[in-house]
Ligand binder design. Structure first.
Ligand code: PEP
Length: 253
């Protein structure tokens, strides 16, 4: 089953207006040079510059995503952003359940699920993040934790067309440490099995499962050539045009 590789950048809380626009213009120019890229590209800047980044990406095959949304359409939720507001800005994706939100904002699987339902209703595709802490890994619970997160965070009616999974071991994010390739493949294959039970084999076989956690140009090929790895969610290295594009090129895009 051919799954189109997704190269996604999570800019986190980085990017004032000028540098965010520069970064987006740089990525847009490089992606245009690829002509018809075999991969799909996605950038997820902070809310504040979504609109400017959208303009900077004009004409390039690079999708725009946000890093979170609320589950309500509108209402008394001070400081929150609804899925429809993101579509107004030209977003087609939203990252949900990133470990930094699960940790900093106490987001549960249940909450991530509610947000994903709302995002899908608004026509957004979701990148739903899962991954174990170092403590859970050391206790041999990686697959159990990831399975629970899939079962709890992914809506029951999700499809390969509206959902992407990102496996991001928490201890690998921003640390320069990574699991071995065989560890990554083991988790991705296990996640696909859980998805098959939850959503049916057809969806599971078509659904993209990204790896995230200290992906850089030098290790991209190793991870992205694994059978069940369908792209990367990239934090730090997505903030430099050269690194982001080198990861794409080294992944065969
Ligand atoms: C992330 O935050 O999604 C991530 C994978 O970060 P980094 O690439 O910096 O480890």
């Amino acid at each position: 089953m051919a799954r189109k590789t997704l190269i996604a950048g999570n800019w986190k809380m980085n990017g004032r207006l000028a540098d965010g626009v520069d970064l987006a213009k740089g990525i847009a120019a490089e992606v245009k040079k690829l002509g018809k890229p075999s991969c799909e590209f996605l950038v997820c800047p902070p809310f504040t510059i979504l609109s400017s980044v959208k303009k900077a990406l004009r004409g390039a095959k690079v999708a725009l995503g946000a890093q979170d949304c609320h589950f309500a359409e509108k209402g008394a939720h001070t400081g929150d952003i609804s899925p429809l507001m993101l579509t107004d800005l030209g977003c087609s994706y939203v990252i949900l359940g990133h470990s930094e939100r699960r940790a900093d904002h106490f987001e549960s699987n249940e909450l991530v699920n509610k947000k994903a339902v709302a995002a899908h209703q608004a026509g957004l595709k979701t990148v739903i993040c899962i991954g174990e802490t170092l403590e859970q890994r050391d206790a041999g619970k990686t697959i159990a934790v990831c399975s629970d997160q899939i079962l709890g965070s992914v809506p029951d009616d999700s499809t390969a067309a509206d959902t992407v999974i990102a496996y991001e071991p928490v201890w690998a994010i921003g640390t320069g440490k990574t699991p071995t390739a065989s560890d990554v493949e083991e988790v991705h294959a296990a996640v696909r099995k859980v998805l098959a039970k939850k959503l049916g084999k057809g969806n599971a076989n078509k659904m993209r499962i990204l790896y995230g956690g200290s992906v850089k140009p030098s290790n991209a090929k190793e991870f992205l050539s694994l059978p069940d790895v369908d792209g990367a969610l990239i934090g730090g290295a997505s903030l430099k045009v050269e690194d982001f594009m080198a990861i794409a090129k080294n992944s065969g895009c």
